[in-house]
Design a protein around this ligand. Sequence first.
Ligand SMILES: Nc1nc2c(c(=O)[nH]1)N[C@@H](CN(C=O)c1ccc(C(=O)N[C@@H](CCC(=O)O)C(=O)O)cc1)CN2
Length: 298
Amino acid sequence: MGDAAIIDGKAFAEDLRARIADLAARFEETAGRKAGLAVVLVGEDPASQVYVRNKGRQTVACGMESFEHKLPAETSEADLLALVERLNSDPAVDGILVQLPLPAHINEQKVIATINPDKDVDGFHVVNVGRLATGLPGFVPCTPLGCVMLLKDRLGSLSGLDAVVIGRSNIVGKPMAQLLTAESCTVTIAHSRTKNLPEVVRRADIVVAAVGRPEMVKGDWIKPGATVIDVGINRVPSAEEGKSKLVGDVDFASASEVAGAITPVPGGVGPMTIAVLLRNTIVAAHRNAGIALAEDAI
Ligand SMILES: Nc1nc2c(c(=O)[nH]1)N[C@@H](CN(C=O)c1ccc(C(=O)N[C@@H](CCC(=O)O)C(=O)O)cc1)CN2
């Protein structure tokens, strides 16, 4: 392996959860109730089951209330929308998250649009997308916000840096580009159709790979000393017969020879996703209860 510093998302997420646990305890004292997060899972996708279980456990470990709703894969869209409506009007629920992906017969956008934007701790509702785009307070999607936290922890100010985001999804690529713009980076959104992609990436001080292609970004695409954030989570066959392993969108072995710092997979961006979800939930609880909170300090 090379000289790149390893950005330890697991350790950062642990620290963040400890701060959230303090805030949750103080919230309970002041509000007379725990902050609450409702997580809805439709179907039996194995990865989603793990993520939802971890969300529930970490919510409780931080001193918040977890409301889990596990629905069969054949649940109708109407029934799911009715559940979301009930959660919208439940005063014990500060945050609502519907685990994605949903089964093909359910319209994801319709479900997200039904969540009360002030309980949308995933930051996926168009109202929150618009708030982020215009700089208004709302909720920011957890994975990109976690990436920015890791970058600022590593680099301090990001102002003036060249950033390339590879991937243009609504959940990661687009909000990531907006957050980096708000930090005064010069941002390029690249994707699978970008011409001369390696050349574009080589200009960047910050590379965020969120393209969903295992180990696509090679070491010779990286500017020496750049900071590399790997959002990819790809399960691929391992050298051991019948086993699989997780890899990112970055070829870690070659990129870590060149980069100044890099997130590993696993243990980089992934653990930040759930920690930031808990951060958004405690923020939602304070807003819903009308209790002041220095949100930027979390
Ligand atoms: N409603 C949502 N659905 C989905 C989101 C989301 O933010 N909101 N993101 C992903 C899945 N996800 C959380 O839901 C998630 C992904 C990965 C991790 C994580 O900790 N990854 C570990 C590896 C875990 C493993 O072994 O599989 C790591 O990278 O170290 C947490 C949460 C899609 N759906």
